[in-house]
Ligand binder design. Sequence first.
Ligand code: SAM
Length: 290
Amino acid sequence: MKPTVPGKGESSGKEFDFNSRDFERVRGLIYQRAGIALADSKQEMVYSRLARRLRATGITSFQQYLDMLERTHDSDEWEAFTNALTTNLTSFFREAHHFPILVDFLKTLKEPATIWCSAASTGEEPYTIAMSACEAYGSMTPPVQIVATDIDTNVLATGANGVYPMERIEKMSPERVKKFFLRGKGSHEGYVRVRPELRKLITFKQLNLLADGWPISGQFDVIFCRNVMIYFDKPTQSKILSRFVPLMKPHALLFAGHSENFLYVSDALKLKGKTVYELNANQRVARTKP
Ligand SMILES: C[S@@+](CC[C@H](N)C(=O)[O-])C[C@H]1O[C@@H](n2cnc3c(N)ncnc32)[C@H](O)[C@@H]1O
């Protein structure tokens, strides 16, 4: 296979030299920081996303940029580096088969529901959860609290803002659009804003699934962890799942992405439906014991 990045000392013809050693360093740093295991095929992507950081910081080589990162532990540049390397693809009602399951489940609850959306990206997923909750309870103020987290601070800001280009909702039914969105006028033409009632149901905050302490507490009725585990290796997936388990109420549901299978990495869970998990019987018994 033809290498996409030249070896050390070879010329790339690019604005900045970027060799396989630089790529390995980036790979090591983002793995340590976010658990993201970058495949060899991501070399071009890494170059183009981080070249923007070099331009923004005025640093003229990858080597210097990476040296600077390694010298500092918690600088703003670390945040920008991480934000640059995440992949944030998402959409409203993505993997739509999950949402009728969520609606039916919410209808069975006797207490207000607590939901954690753990890789919320730009907000489409937590807003879809909020819309489903409104539909489940037949109210724009359902008894539901949603915590939406992500490692990437840029996407969280977009989510908290709740403004999207019209194209993002074009597959949604006109009834939902009318009920849950406000159309932008004048300079906001071509954009929609989620209704404030939906926005109020969600708290957006940064959380790195890899970090030691998670800034969340309590137990959840539902956890969404969709399309993020695919970026992690098996030991990381297993560790994260073992930390989800104590945060799940005995009856809780855990939603995964279409290509993620949690049964291989956790024996505390069992499959309830297509990519929907619940705690296995032993775990439930352990929870309900006085
Ligand atoms: C492909 S998006 C999936 C978004 C949404 N869950 C969905 O299925 O549509 C993956 C998200 O995981 C986030 N992410 C990556 N590594 C993370 C980590 N260590 N902790 C928390 N979020 C992370 C990324 O920033 C990105 O927004």
